[in-house]
Each structure stands twice: as C-alpha cells, then as structure tokens.
Design a protein around this ligand. Structure first.
Ligand code: ADP
Length: 171
C-alpha cells in the first residue's frame, strides 16, 4: 500500500487552436473543474515549432507511433493559433483526465467525453484532407510524460500550491 500523497498527480491539458477558435474553452474547463480537479497553472500561449516537436516527438514519440506524415500535419495544426495550457492536479489525475478527454479519434470517442461530445472528425477524413485531427484537447499520456510536459510548458513560478474547497471531499 502506497502513501496517499503518492496518488496525487499533475496532468498537462492543452486546449488546442480549434477549441480556442470555437469558443468552447469554458465548457471544456468546466468538465475538469466539476469532477474536483484543481487548476494549479493556466495561460494562453502560442508555442513555436521547436516546442511542439519536443512535445510530440521528444516526449510523445509520435513519429514512431503514428508516422512522419501524421506528425507533420499535427504540428501544422497546432501552429495554427494560440492555445490555453492548463495544469490540473488531483487523485490519479493523469488517467482521470484522459478518461474525461476520450480517445484520439473523435469519431470513435465515447459520448460523454470532450472529444466525443464536441467533435466528429475521423482519421480517414483528416488523412485524405492532409490535416491534423482537430480533437480539441491534449492530455498527458502517463505520469512520466506529464512531468516532462509540464516542465516544457511551465516555469516553476507559474505553478501554484494552494488548498481548494473541493479537497475535503475529492481527496
Ligand atoms: P493523443 O493526443 O490522443 O495522445 P497522439 O499522441 O497519438 O494522440 O497524437 C497527437 C495528436 O496528433 C492527436 O491528438 C491528433 O490531434 C493528431 N493525430 C494523431 N494521429 C493522427 C493522424 N493519423 N493524422 C492526423 N493527425 C493525427
């Protein structure tokens, strides 16, 4: 049996350019807040190609998993506008956030998830159109990736330790 504090994780969420441009950042954020996840960092940014290459390949190994072409389309999609970067904290927050976000392809994402409820794009269509799959949100895939991603996107001064009122019940 581990110590309780070892179950507390932080996850990086990025509301992607399509979420910002569609004006649904508030609705997305609400889904994380209502399960009791705590916002410990948040900002609007427009990272350059180097940061996205580090994020998706250096850390996420996307070329190995999805191929060079999907990687290129995805980087171009992410470069198409500003994004909202958020760090969420909570009990086993990494898998919890992934559950709330849903699977990568919106067509296949369960209803009730962000990608399933707010998008409908398929891999086939985006490949034919030669674009990244606009699926609204990035969420860290594992606690190890989350640590690396948070370090890439946020300085220590941009992250806050505080108690929120949910914690009595959600921790
Ligand atoms: P996830 O974001 O669900 O962890 P991946 O890390 O595999 O998924 O891919 C990163 C992002 O690249 C996806 O969220 C999606 O926007 C885009 N993407 C994934 N596969 C493809 C593909 N075959 N064609 C175009 N874009 C893709």
């Amino acid at each position: 049996m581990g110590k309780a504090k070892d179950f507390i994780q932080r996850s990086l969420v990025v509301c992607k350019p399509d979420a910002v441009q569609r004006g649904i950042v508030g609705e997305i954020l609400q889904r994380f807040e209502r399960v009791g996840l705590k916002i410990v960092g948040m900002k609007m940014v427009m990272p350059g190609e180097d940061q996205y290459k580090e994020h998706y390949e250096g850390i996420g190994q996307m070329i190995t998993r999805r191929g060079e072409q999907a990687f290129r389309y995805n980087v171009d999609y992410m470069l198409s506008g500003p994004v909202i970067a958020i760090v969420l904290e909570g009990v086993e927050a990494v898998p919890l956030v992934r559950k709330i976000v849903g699977s990568t392809e919106p067509k296949a994402a369960d209803m009730g998830t962000i990608r399933g409820d707010f998008a409908h794009m398929s891999f086939g269509y985006s490949d034919a159109k030669q674009v990244g799959v606009p699926n609204l949100v990035h969420a860290s895939g594992s606690p190890e990736e989350a640590k690396k991603e948070i370090k890439l996107w946020f300085t220590p001064e941009e992250l806050y330790d505080y108690s929120d009122l949910n914690e009595k019940y959600t921790r």
